[in-house]
Design a protein around this ligand. Structure first.
Ligand code: GFB
Length: 311
């Protein structure tokens, strides 16, 4: 990307979009555009078309999405499939019509089969059943990957996609029902400590394994891929390391400095048993993440304590 190129970040006020903007600004890119959902409704075909017609961005980071943790995905399946398919379809099609030079679509590691061989290679896409708690979201994201590939094949566009693992960091969502596990546990442990409780509740059995990536590492990888990657096949972005939910809860307890116990609520779903990405393709291109899980949680907790987070 040229330093003065016009770069559109869809989802610029979300956790991922804001991190991409921070990273680009730090690299000297100064022609960034992006709007809040109140200013530009990305589910509206006309609004997106008109926006592209006026702005004609050179590069597009498609980081806008309706996202949430296991409870939100399981409770609002219609919203997850509808919003995500609308947003990505409108943006990808407009990027083609108004000749964006390149587009990066961000998906999620939940696109891979529930019982995929671990770590999950990009090639295991569409080889088995999906995890039921987030199937509508995963199907929307799979449609996004396939749409990029179809436009490349038919219209010779340069639309790429990457699949990040579970993300966390500044600007995360701390709403206890709708959040992902890491921010939810940061808040629960902090409140348990503040309220002098003996324990805090961890959903499920604590045995599922998850991989986590600090969002600023993802942002760096996205910019790297926009500059260096041009291939139809999606590419995984992760830390390559997994922990059990129990181990995650214990690490968060250490960072927050709480001495109480974990109580498991097995009435809540575990979701997929393991979700570790095979990141060898990205690694072979020379990219590795900078933040350890402990360091990332410390930074996320600082952000939580700033009081400016979504609850
Ligand atoms: O992060 P999470 O909500 O989503 O949950 P997924 C991960 C694991 O943490 C599950 C457990 O086994 C949860 O039961 N968990 C323990 C908790 N305590 C809590 C808690 O307080 N809150 C939450 N939320 N979980 C989502 C998908 O899957 O991950 C999305 O639904 C997307 O589609 C996203 O892919 C990255 O990792 O199971």
């Amino acid at each position: 990307m040229e330093k003065n190129a016009k770069i559109y970040i869809a989802g610029i006020y979300g956790m991922v979009g804001a991190a991409i903007a921070r990273h680009l600004r730090a690299q000297g890119f100064n022609n960034l555009i992006g709007h809040s959902s109140k200013e530009l409704d990305l589910t509206s075909q006309k609004a997106v078309f008109d926006f592209f017609k006026t702005e004609k961005p050179d590069y597009v980071f498609l980081a806008a999405a309706k996202v949430g943790g296991i409870y939100a995905n399981n409770s609002y399946p219609a919203d997850f499939i509808y919003s995500n398919i609308c947003i990505q379809t409108n943006i990808i099609h407009s990027a083609y019509i108004f000749r964006a030079k390149k587009l990066l679509f961000l998906g999620s590691s939940c696109i891979y089969p529930k019982l995929a061989e671990q770590p999950m290679k990009e090639s295991c896409l569409l080889t088995g059943e999906l995890e039921p708690t987030n199937e509508p979201y995963a199907l929307a994201k799979i449609a996004g990957i396939k749409m990029c590939q179809a436009y490349n094949r038919q219209y010779h566009t340069s639309f790429i996609s990457c699949m990040p693992t579970n993300l966390y960091g500044p600007n995360d969502n701390y709403d206890l029902m709708n959040a992902h596990v890491l921010p939810a546990l940061v808040r629960k442990v902090h409140e348990a400590k503040s309220n002098k409780q003996d324990s805090f509740v961890v959903w499920g059995t604590g045995s599922p394994r998850r991989e986590f990536l600090y969002v600023d590492d993802l942002a760096e990888a996205c910019v790297f891929l926009m500059n260096e990657y041009l291939h139809d096949e999606t590419i995984n972005v992760g830390s390559g390391q997994e922990v059990t939910i129990k181990e995650l809860a214990e690490t968060i307890r250490d960072v927050v400095g709480f001495k109480g116990n974990l109580v498991f609520d097995s009435s809540k779903p575990d979701g997929t048993p393991r979700k570790l990405l095979d990141v060898s393709r990205l690694k072979s291109m020379g990219w590795v993440p900078k933040h350890t899980l402990k360091k990332g949680i410390e930074l996320a907790y600082e952000d939580f304590l700033s009081g400016k987070v979504r609850m």
